[in-house]
Design a protein around this ligand. Structure first.
Ligand code: FE
Length: 281
């Protein structure tokens, strides 16, 4: 490892209102410029104040052309969909949903025992040849996500491999790494990242020195190309989501919950929603 990936961009998450009035922290959102290819969106749900009242959630809505990845740390998300799936994504669980040609689903966050809801939703693009593929789920419960632990580094590996520990989510077009990484104070960690893959980290607790740059929570961080990153901690621990993936380098046209390659495909999607042919099962 000789080519360090340095920090190229720091993004301050912005408060956004989505669904039926859900307040969340948004770092990236789908844009034609596709600057984070293959990643499209990253939302952080953090409801810590029970006085905020009922959480309204995300009533039935469609998706096409993308994968949505929900990772809960506290509380849960109740979901059900047009394929007949229903369940609860609880603390530590991951749902990796490939919407493919179309799904309608409902996502309703619920408070945990502490009264909090804490979790993330990532959107990953699909390449053009898979945008109209059959919808597919990989549901992973907390106990089946392996933890790598060594020398003050603890990593829950959702997708990808760390030192022989491989995450349960496989066969994803973007060949992603998706990991929840924690470092205790006074640690230096070097980690290889495939060259030419896009790398972003979402620092959500504590503070660390990422490839030489001191970054405190909460920030989304983008890196240039290279073959590894380094993360160092001084007096404080740090915790972050690490995401890397192969860019598809295709034009995209985002429209709400759909991300296609052309305007015609978006128009076709809206037409199918209107005439009731959106769901193909
Ligand atoms: Fe959704």
């Amino acid at each position: 490892m000789s080519n360090l990936r340095t920090v190229t961009q720091l993004i301050e998450p912005q408060t956004a209102i989505e669904g039926a009035g859900v307040r969340l922290l948004r770092s990236i959102a789908p844009r034609v410029s596709n600057l984070f290819d293959p990643f499209l969106l990253f939302d952080h749900f953090a409801f810590n104040d029970p006085l905020e009242g009922p959480i309204r959630g995300f009533p039935m809505h469609p998706h096409r052309g993308i994968e949505t990845v929900t990772y809960m740390l506290e509380g849960a998300t109740a979901h059900r969909d047009s394929l007949g799936n229903a369940g609860l994504i609880g603390p530590g669980d991951v749902q990796w949903m490939s919407a493919g040609r179309g799904i309608l689903h409902e996502e309703m966050p619920r408070r945990g025992e502490s009264g909090s809801i804490y979790g993330f939703q990532l959107w990953v693009n699909l390449p053009s040849h898979l945008k109209m593929s059959a919808p597919r789920y990989q549901e992973v419960t907390a106990s089946t996500i392996p933890a790598y632990e060594k020398n003050g580094v603890r990593i829950r590996v959702v997708a990808g491999t760390v030192d022989g520990v491989t995450g349960p989510v496989t066969d994803i077009a973007a060949s992603p790494l998706y990991m929840d990484v924690e470092l205790t104070p006074g640690i230096e960690w070097h980690f290889p990242i495939p060259e030419r893959h896009t790398l972003i980290t979402y620092v959500f607790e504590g503070e660390g020195v990422f490839s030489g740059e001191t970054i405190a929570a909460i920030k989304m961080v983008k890196y240039n190309d290279g073959d590894h990153i380094t993360v160092k901690t001084e007096n404080r621990p740090v915790r972050f989501m690490l995401m890397a993936g192969a860019p598809f380098k295709e034009p995209i046209v985002p429209y709400g919950p759909f991300v296609m390659n052309t305007i015609e495909e978006i128009q076709q999607t809206l037409k199918e929603l209107r005439n009731g042919t959106f769901i193909k099962e």
